[in-house]
Write a protein that binds this ligand. Structure first.
Ligand code: 6PG
Length: 246
């Protein structure tokens, strides 16, 4: 049974990052023992979050508990500027005491197809599963592109990826043609909690279409992301939330 989304509207990007960081602390306190399974996303807002975590949350989080995953990853070397893993290593992992063996990066030395299979197998091995056999993340942090994509589920490939019975699949970026490994829609929706971090006036219209459930919003992948039995949070800045009708 899906629950009503929670909305957190903050003045700007840094405030969104701080609200999410506080939420992360709260979520980890709600699950006080054992591993905490957190999936990261690429994009610009998470960069603000990683910098804030280093500056102000280093001693507020038990980094040794966290297992890091990625909702999607570009099929490039980890030292490539395009790498989502490489970005987090530079901004966060190099500065806080994470457990390296708990940082589960996509193996981008494999072919995209093999990397997707391997990552799905890793998730199945490490994560608890729901009644459908899908791996459950404690917290799945996602962004939204201007075209309403999330992870690497784009409008062009969403019909396949929203109903895919695989854990991860290969996606192609519609403009650059870049190959990516992405969690599929059912896996995103199997998460105990999904948190969208969306900022900027460039997202205002899309956010409004989706959150106001306007006619035609169903063509955007984000409109189909709703935890099957978990919670959904939106962390928005005022610019992105400007036309949301409630
Ligand atoms: C990626 C992300 C992608 C991102 C959105 C939003 O690898 O690029 O996972 O889904 O979250 O494109 O990015 P911005 O926050 O930069 O707009």
């Amino acid at each position: 049974m899906s629950t009503t989304p929670s909305f957190h509207v903050l003045p700007d990007g840094p405030a969104v990052a701080r609200a999410f960081a506080d939420h992360l602390v709260k979520r980890m306190a709600e699950k006080p023992n054992g591993p905490f399974f957190w999936a990261l996303s690429g994009g610009s807002t998470p960069k603000l979050l990683f910098k804030l975590l280093v500056e102000e949350y280093k001693d507020k989080i038990d980094w040794q508990r966290i297992h890091f995953f990625w909702g999607d990853e570009r099929c490039v070397p980890h030292d490539d500027p395009e790498s989502n893993y490489g970005e987090v290593q530079k901004l966060l992992f190099d500065h806080v005491p994470v457990v390296p063996s708990q940082v589960h990066a996509v193996n981008t030395e494999l072919s995209p197809e093999d990397a997707a299979i391997a990552y799905g197998e890793l998730m199945i091995k490490l994560l608890p599963a729901n009644s459908d056999g899908l791996p459950i993340l404690d917290l799945n942090m996602l962004g939204m592109g201007g075209d309403g994509h999330t992870a690497s589920i784009f409008p062009a490939n969403m019909k396949e990826l929203l109903t895919d019975d695989r854990i991860c699949a290969v996606a192609t970026h519609p403009e650059s043609g870049q190959k990516r490994v992405t969690m599929t829609g059912p896996v995103l929706n199997a998460s105990d909690e999904i948190a969208f971090l969306v900022t900027g006036s460039g997202k205002t219209q899309r956010v409004a279409q989706i959150l106001n459930k306007e006619h035609g919003a169903e063509v955007y992948p984000v409109a189909h992301i709703q935890p099957t039995s978990g919670k959904l949070h939106w962390f928005l800045d005022e610019a992105a939330a400007e036309e949301v009708g409630y």
